[in-house]
Ligand binder design. Sequence first.
Ligand code: AMP
Ligand code: MG
Length: 352
Amino acid sequence: MRPSKCIRAAVAAAAAVLLASAGGCREGGDQRPVSRTQLLLGTNSTIIVHGGDPGDEVFDRAFARVREIQDLMSLQYKDSELNEVNRKTGVEPVHVSEETFHVVETALEYAERTHGTFNVALGPIIKAWGISGDNPRRPPNEEIEELLTLIDYREVELDYDARSVFLRKEGMVLDLGGIAKGYAADEAARVLVEHGVEHALVDFGGDIRAVGRRPDGERWRIGIQDPADPSRGVFVGVLSLEQPSVVTSGDYERFLEIEDESFHHIIDPDTGFPAQAGLRSVTIETGNTMLADIHSTAVFVLGLERGLSYIEAQNGVEAILVTDDDEVHITDGLRSTFELREDSRYRLAERP
Ligand code: AMP
Ligand code: MG
């Protein structure tokens, strides 16, 4: 039966996208960039290689690595290693691969550091909303209340000797949706380098990672999408960076609309509801894409003031925050590399 309410679920295009070229000029000789896209990790995953075609095999190997990560860490893929851990919740520890262990360990370290704002044990609530799945819904308040008792990340037990993960309380669910894409981008970049690629960009639905610099000496240009108009090609502004590793989290990336209410995919673990901290998007730049992925999700939940203090306390992390009232806040390290779009509705916030 069709629902009588107006329900719309959407997965928008990437949160930040690569702009083809700095000034429209061709790279040395006839070496146009070569790109391939595959639907992986629930998003369009694109690899663009500059400075010569590396051949199909190199692309295939990089994508194969991403598929491996998806098969290990995706909540959506029934047979993933992660879901084996989730099936044995409250029953017994599950021995996992080195990489799953590493990602879960990092996620828990940041759960601790953010006092649970970044929380990989949010699975029960994320599943209840189902915003990244086929049947999104708004769970009743009582259901959310009940599920909030099952999201304590301190109940996730790691055994370093046995390399196992154990969810102590029955009903707990791990979800790595806020970290795995960033890890996959780093891994795809590593495989490209291993196969001799010197200049490339990996763009996994807005998690962007460069391999080397552009061969023409220009900077890579990354458009930060307009949260109010997330169609491809409409930007708040453009970042120009030599070797970016940039991740954006935004409320327009995945959401559910019921009548005139909108519910997005980034959950405030204190309430079990989509975070409403006054931000529309958070873009993080730092050397490691997996960490950028964590920070962007965490800062989105923290909001402007707490988010900026959090970033300040990290080493080598820069950010662009777009607020509900169309202000753009940029940390010092990115100021000279960001260009606001000329006729933009957004305005740069004054320095504090
Ligand atoms: P991102 O798009 O990187 O901000 O990650 C959002 C995804 O991370 C969601 O689709 C969920 O799978 C998961 N998630 C949502 N809220 C949180 C949170 N507070 N902490 C950790 N992961 C979250
Ligand atoms: Mg994230």
